[in-house]
Ligand binder design. Structure first.
Ligand code: KIV
Length: 264
């Protein structure tokens, strides 16, 4: 339980079939509790723009804010692997922009950065990983593209879109991505992507067959007015936040979360 988690640990968990439990985290106090509860990966998600800052999307989040929250989470973490989101606008213009932004998050304590996008991000992923920055890619529903997509909708339902998503995942892996988040895609597609790759996939609204699961902490604690279909309130029926996080970790590891009702 006390062993420090690295990217190699996550890869070997995937190879052994041990599920990876991930939660978003935005400050040192929660980081201490989630770390003690056995959460493998803490994601400093740009979802903080919605759950902490109260915006309607993740688009207003700034790099300075992500850097601040990453430093807070790192201060409270002893063993978990820390992934930090590159916010909207900080990496899309060029691989050079992505490197400069990632360097700030890594200096603040991140062990890996996360960016959204498929084929269009392949060169950026190669640029970062060849220069020592591990990258988690994010496919399926891309919250930073919500205006382009037209809402928070399930992605990859049509055959062409599903084939494109699998091709994107393969290309990102070949470019050096170490993890791939799959958000709001049909469970069968997430399973196909997971089987097509040698790196771990982390699902959110993507069914039980991913290598691991992630939830937004505030959803897990029932702190949002309208919880998404794919989330579950783990505080209900558990005695406090650490117990809720332990129950989530146990449910991810034994495959009881997500259930069919949480999938598409
Ligand atoms: O920002 C975030 O919390 C995320 C998760 C939804 C995966 O990217």
């Amino acid at each position: 339980m006390n062993k420090i988690i690295t990217l190699s640990t996550l890869k070997s968990m995937r190879d052994k079939g041990e599920k990876i439990a991930v939660l978003t985290c935005y400050d040192a106090g929660f980081a201490r509790v989630l770390d003690a509860a056995g959460v493998d990966v803490l994601l400093v998600g740009d979802s903080l723009g919605m759950v902490i800052q109260g915006h309607a999307s993740t688009l207003p989040v700034k790099l300075a804010e992500m850097t601040y929250h990453t430093r807070c989470v790192a201060a409270g973490t002893e063993r978990a692997f820390i992934v930090a989101d590159l916010p909207f606008g900080s990496y899309q213009p060029s691989p050079g922009h992505a490197f400069s932004a990632s360097a700030r998050l890594m200096a603040a304590g991140a062990h890996m950065v996360k960016l959204e996008g498929g084929a269009v991000m392949v060169d950026t992923v190669a640029f970062l990983t060849q220069r020592g920055i591990p990258v988690c890619a994010h496919l399926g529903l891309l919250p930073q593209s919500v205006n382009q997509i037209g809402g928070y909708k399930v992605q990859g339902r049509e055959d062409a879109a599903a084939a494109q998503l699998i091709a994107d995942a393969r290309a990102l892996e070949a470019a050096g991505a170490g993890l791939i988040v799959l958000e709001m895609v049909p469970a069968a597609l997430a399973k196909a992507v997971t089987e097509a790759l040698a790196i771990p996939t982390i699902g959110i609204g993507a069914g039980v067959d991913c290598s691991g699961q992630v939830l937004v902490l505030y959803d897990l604690l029932g702190l949002v007015p309208r919880a998404p279909k794919f989330s579950k309130n783990f505080l209900a029926g558990n005695d406090g936040i650490e117990a809720a996080a332990r129950a989530y970790v146990a449910a991810v590891k034994d495959g009881s979360f997500p259930a069919a009702e949480h999938a598409f």
